[in-house]
Design a protein around this ligand. Structure first.
Ligand SMILES: Cc1ncc(COP(=O)(O)O)c(C=O)c1O
Length: 385
């Protein structure tokens, strides 16, 4: 059976002309026409007052932490199941990452475990909307209010997502997006900060522009905050400003196909799906994620046996990093540089259970989705008790 997996990032002819126009007009940097177009569209899409471009989600998170004055002697609570740049951003500003377990259904940070990890040093929570299932933002914001904590959303997997009809990143103090090659909106590399807080926006903008900000009439760098140069180019902005016009339609298509795939696989007892968290009003589906139910799977079968078989059948599947963050091959922190609570759920699920289908497949037609379901059924059946 042939599975069609479209190339990503998707090429739009209109953008070829936008890029060409930008190249020819010779204004290539610092808040050019495309960047202004982008930040207007991106902030609107995510119901945020401000959107600020930067070089990556990693640097967006560092900038937000720095602007919030989070550093030495501060603790930031983070999920055990995430990309390593949550940890590097927290460590880079001199704060201590505090790693806690996940909710086994949504795979996002567990609110119960956040509460258990709070100390007088805790200054912030950094939830990740992992694989686009959004974190329980209502409860996280309740906890933050109760303990006077900042919240920074990692939205690298959540472009265009809505929670209680509010955009990802706009639910907290600030959100960080990635435009790296594989992401739902991409300019090869790049990042974005969204926030509703004007003061935070000016400080982040100044950090990004070596002390200058679009929002200051005259240069007014924030006192004693070390600014950097983390700016975007007009070419990245040109691509992304156009993508803002496509993202809603693409998201709708991914939702329809993800729902169809779940429906076609609903009777396969040996798998379960990553749940959409309560409160999510639009899920963006960076990945379609299913997990193995080992009560129904034959003994001594690993998820890699299944991933390999899916690939042999022509369905490209991934392991979702295959480890919790502190077991990642890039991990380099000594044990006194971070705190970790019991994270048995994140270990078990990330290492043994999670199988991911990257988002491009969700932009294909119903027949392709049906073929995808048939391959998953066939492979899972082979390993079912
Ligand atoms: C959950 C998550 N957060 C943050 C990032 C970092 O994004 P960037 O590569 O733009 O720094 C990634 C990148 O893959 C990610 O998956």
């Amino acid at each position: 059976m042939k599975i069609y997996i479209p190339k990503w990032p998707k090429i739009h002819i209109k953008t070829v002309f936008t890029l060409l126009k930008s190249y020819l007009n010779g204004y290539w940097s610092w808040y050019g026409r495309n960047e202004i177009r982008l930040i207007k569209k991106f902030s609107k899409l995510h119901t945020a007052k401000f959107a600020l471009t930067t070089v990556s989600a990693t640097s967006a998170m560092e900038t937000i932490l720095q602007a919030l004055n989070i550093g030495k002697d501060c603790e930031v609570i983070v999920s055990a199941y995430t990309w390593i740049s949550n940890i590097t951003a927290i460590s880079k500003v001199g704060a201590t990452p505090v790693i806690v377990d996940i909710n086994p259904n949504t795979l996002c940070i567990s609110c119960e475990k956040i509460r258990e990890a709070i100390t007088e040093k805790t200054k912030a929570i950094m939830p990740v909307h992992l694989f686009s299932a959004m974190a329980d933002m209502e409860e996280i914001m309740n906890i933050a209010k109760e303990y006077n904590l900042k919240v920074i959303e990692d939205c690298a997997h959540a472009h265009g997502a809505l929670y209680q009809n509010k955009g990802a990143g706009s639910l907290s103090d600030a959100g960080a997006f990635s435009f790296q090659q594989s992401k739902l909106m991409s300019s090869g590399e790049g990042g974005m900060i969204v926030t509703n807080n004007p003061q935070l926006a000016v400080t982040c903008d100044s950090i990004i522009h070596i002390g200058w900000s679009l929002f200051n009439k005259v240069p007014n760098p924030p006192k004693d905050i070390i600014c950097s140069k983390l700016v975007f180019s007009e070419f990245q902005a040109a691509i992304l400003a156009d993508s803002c016009d496509y993202i809603k339609k693409e998201t709708q298509k991914r939702i329809e196909n993800a729902n169809l795939l779940e429906f076609l696989l609903k009777d396969v007892d040996a798998i379960r799906f990553q749940e959409t968290s309560k409160g999510t009003t639009r899920r963006s589906y960076y990945y379609f994620v299913f997990m193995l139910n080992y009560d129904k799977i034959k003994q001594n079968v690993s998820k890699y046996d299944i991933i390999n078989d899916l690939r042999k059948e022509g369905l490209y599947a991934e392991n979702g990093w295959g480890v919790p963050v502190y077991k990642h091959e890039f991990w380099n922190l000594s044990s006194d540089k971070y705190k970790k609570f019991n994270t048995d759920i994140a270990e078990k699920i990330s290492m043994n259970e999670v199988i991911c289908l990257p988002h491009p497949i969700l932009l294909t037609n119903k027949k392709n989705i049906k073929n995808t379901a048939d391959i998953i059924k066939k492979v899972i059946k082979k390993y079912t008790k």
